[in-house]
Design a protein around this ligand. Structure first.
Ligand code: GLU
Length: 305
């Protein structure tokens, strides 16, 4: 089925190529700052794992916060509803690395996709597996079929050298008893998680369980249908920083973006999409990435609405 998406992807790439204004790469992690905003890739995987793509769709990029969708799914699969006692599921209306809300809300972050919430999810996964980032890498390798997929230790070191904000968030939540592992160990796991490099093809395949209502590539169950729905719902409402309303308005799909310029999106029951272009808008989403997904749902008519 996915071969039918190739003409759409080719058309989108041509349109994107002709559109000026690509935003700017993230510069608060120095190793990301030199990325060329003119780079572009997009891939679609259908339910049986057939992939098609355009541009540099097999080239690995820095996944960053895209990994938060996968760690949420893994933690939910192991811990179930108890996870929601440690992290909420409401949009925050604040920047992804904000501290202010945490004090008012007693160290329980609003949702799993702001940094505070993602730190809590990684903390839970670390408690449950003893190696959260390793468990994530194993899962992504299995679902993508790419045994080379791994951490980018240069990016990890660059982020670790500029990690005061995340350290502050983790220590602050630990003071409320909402972090169980030692903070330095948690930060190391979180930074390794965010440093994973993967291609659009890899990520479109790896997110397939979200389109298959919780079923992994090998046919086993990661999440019940209801929990897969929960992850998609949080992606729709909280997955694209504090622009989730605008993303839903333009694209109409659950999505999760990262400051590396990637975005994954899910059409439940149909396919998964990953797009990458490193230039970001003011709220941290890839300019060309959002535009490409907007065109994809417009041209194909595939949306959850
Ligand atoms: N590792 C990045 C951070 O914690 C991820 C940010 C993102 O992609 O939203 O700041």
């Amino acid at each position: 089925m996915s071969t039918t998406f190739q003409p759409v992807l080719d058309r989108i790439a041509t349109e994107i190529d002709a559109t000026p204004g690509r935003g700017r790469p993230a510069d608060y992690i120095p190793a990301l700052a030199s990325a060329d905003p003119n780079r572009f890739a997009m891939a679609v995987a259908d339910l049986d794992g057939t992939v098609c793509g355009v541009g540099e769709w097999q080239h690995p990029f820095s996944t960053q916060s895209i990994t938060k969708a996968f760690t949420l799914a893994l933690a939910l699969s192991l811990e179930g509803d108890e996870l929601w006692e440690h992290v909420g599921r409401e949009p925050s209306g604040n920047p992804f690395n904000s501290l202010v809300q945490l004090e008012y809300e007693n160290g329980i972050p609003r949702n799993p996709f702001i940094n505070a919430g993602a730190l809590v999810v990684t903390d839970r996964l670390q408690k449950l597996t003893g190696d959260a980032s390793g468990a994530l890498r194993t899962f992504l390798r299995a679902e993508s079929g790419n045994p080379e997929l791994t951490f980018d230790l240069e990016i990890a070191a660059s982020e670790a050298a500029h990690g005061d904000r995340n350290a502050a968030l983790a220590h602050f939540m630990a003071s409320y008893g909402n972090i169980t592992n030692p903070v330095p160990e948690l930060l190391d796991q979180y930074i390794r998680q965010c440093s994973i490099a993967a291609s659009c093809g890899d990520l479109a395949l790896a997110a397939g369980f979200l389109a298959r209502h919780g079923i992994r590539a090998d046919g086993s169950t990661l999440l019940t249908r209801s929990r897969a729905k929960q992850v998609n719902a949080v992606m729709l409402t909280c997955g694209t920083y504090d622009a989730a309303g605008d993303f839903a308005h333009r694209v109409g799909l659950p999505g999760k973006s990262g400051v590396g310029g990637g975005i994954i999106a899910v059409v439940p029951g149909h396919c998964t999409i990953c797009v990458w272009s490193p230039g970001l808008d003011q709220r941290g989403n890839s300019v060309a990435g959002v535009a490409a997904l907007d065109r994809f749902t417009t041209l194909t008519g595939l949306s959850i609405f």
